[in-house]
Ligand binder design. Structure first.
Ligand code: TYD
Ligand code: MG
Length: 469
């Protein structure tokens, strides 16, 4: 019974279903399934292939198509030296540069600066003498040239191509033998191998598979730019994420110049490091000292603000948490949080209400982390709590005080990792006192770490007039 088979593919997450459902069981989005022919028919899925024609891997073949196992010890880990990207903040996130034959997926919301970063990266690599191929599927070459000119000198080794058909890249790729190929963006690419419409999940997947197989076979570093859907996931994430070696996400608030680059997957390095940039007239500029930048506009002595030393990977970073509390009108009190999880703020409000004598639940609460940055560390709990209490009681947190510590449901302060690093960073920026969980009290450099046992004690510390100086 030969019947043309098809699957139903979710356009949001890429999950395949055998039948048409109203709701994707993979990501829960409604009416996102589209019918697509089974990809197996073109043998594309089993053999991703190499655009530039097959080349046998050196010394690999023993008998018919099988490889010999070798001792892992004998494998040379440094056989493929990394290519420095020329952007130290990017190298930090990548774990030391681009690995030849690796595939990097760079995701982010539209307008966040992905193309700008790619172009700067392309210029930097090309300027160091390595040929580089920049493929644009979204912008015309004139647009790319204009932007590249604005960002700085355009090196001779930077080759650009406006193309959306994957097969058409074979010629330029072979001719230029680039060290790296940048595809901006993978969603605009399509391949002749399958019949689905351009932009469909199947096309994105097949194009990415074909490109990455080519990159791996030729030792070229490949960077794929991917758009993020409004739900915050990369279009077709499951398919693309397991296909690539490194997943980088470019984050930030478009209203602010700060941009953070994080790795959510990295086969060649840590996923802990972040790169910090500011977007300016001349493109992205690396920020060496993020703390100074984030604190530049702080108003010392205003109630409702508290500084927290957070850790981003191995790097401490001081951020300002602001809170504004105002009596709620009728009905449910409002909770509006920017840059911090509102569930966490709700939890802290409940703990403060029960475990200290400040009444907060009758208030509308607005919490904001300045600079458009997001904090997700529980270590910021104490600073958030202090900012809220400070606003409620109209008592400013003293200008030389920072605070960090996780708050438990019993109101107790819990230890956080790397406390010494955090205190040192605070000290470096002129903070003389840091409120910390009780166990971590002491002197670090010229800063005093003041031990706090629970939220009631923190409120009391803030309300004691003697502590204001
Ligand atoms: P872009 O790199 O096109 O974003 P994406 O590729 O992620 O969609 O960046 C677009 C924004 O960046 C745009 O709104 C203008 C701003 N921008 C600057 O502020 N300075 C610059 O030098 C450049 C090139 C862009
Ligand atoms: Mg772009």
């Amino acid at each position: 019974m030969a019947k043309a088979r098809s699957v139903y593919c979710c356009t949001e997450c890429g999950t395949q279903h055998a039948q048409l459902l109203g709701r994707c069981t993979g990501c829960g989005s409604w009416e996102s399934l589209v019918e697509e022919p089974v990809a197996g028919t073109g043998a594309a899925e089993t053999a991703p292939g190499n655009l530039l024609g097959e080349r046998p891997a050196p010394g690999a073949s023993v008998g018919a198509g099988s490889k010999a196992a070798i001792p892992l010890q004998a494998v040379d880990a440094d056989a493929a030296p990394r290519v420095p990207s020329g952007i130290p903040e990017l190298d930090r996130v990548l774990g030391g540069g681009l690995v030849p034959g690796s595939v990097v997926l760079l995701g982010g919301e539209p307008g966040i600066g992905k193309s700008t970063l790619c172009l700067q990266l392309a210029s930097a690599i090309a300027a160091s003498g390595d040929p580089l191929l920049y493929v644009t599927g979204e912008e015309s070459l004139e647009q790319v040239r204009l932007r590249a000119g604005r960002l700085g000198d355009v090196p001779a080794g930077l080759l650009a191509l406006a193309e959306t058909r994957v097969e058409s890249l074979a010629g330029p790729w072979r001719e230029a033998a680039p060290r790296a190929v940048l595809i901006d963006s993978i969603q605009t690419m399509h391949t002749d191998r399958i019949e689905s419409a351009p932009g469909s999940v199947a096309q994105v997947r097949e194009s990415a598979a074909l490109l990455s197989a080519t990159a791996k076979a030729n030792g070229t570093a490949l960077i794929l730019v991917g758009h993020v859907t409004k739900e915050g996931t990369l279009a077709g994430p499951r398919v693309l994420e397991h296909l690539v070696d490194v997943v980088l996400t470019f984050e930030g608030d478009r209203g602010h110049p700060f941009r953070m680059l994080r790795a959510s997957k990295n086969r060649y390095g840590s996923t802990q490091e972040v790169g910090v940039f500011t977007m300016g007239e001349k493109g992205l500029i690396a920020v060496e000292n993020p703390s100074e930048l984030f604190l530049a506009e702080r108003r010392v002595g205003a109630p409702g603000s508290c500084i927290v030393p957070t850790m981003e990977g191995s790097r401490p970073m001081l951020l300002e948490v602001q809170a504004l509390l105002a009596p709620a009108g009728y009905g449910t009190a409002r909770r509006t949080c920017l840059g911090i999880d509102d569930q966490r703020v709700a939890l802290l409000l409940a703990v403060l209400d029960r475990r200290s004598n400040v009444d907060l639940l009758s208030q509308d609460v607005y919490v904001n982390v300045t600079g458009g940055v997001r904090v997700s560390e529980p270590a910021s709990d104490l600073a958030v709590a202090l900012a809220m209490v400070s606003s409620r009681l109209d008592i400013p947190v003293p200008g030389d005080v920072a605070a960090c510590g996780e708050i438990g449901l019993g109101g107790e302060l819990r230890r956080v990792g790397r406390i010494e690093h955090r205190i040192r960073e605070a000290e470096r920026l002129g903070f003389r006192r840091v409120l910390v969980p009780a166990g971590a009290a002491g002197m670090i450099g010229s800063a005093t770490a003041i031990g706090i046992d629970n939220v009631a004690e923190a409120v009391e510390w803030l309300s004691t007039p003697g502590n204001a100086v």
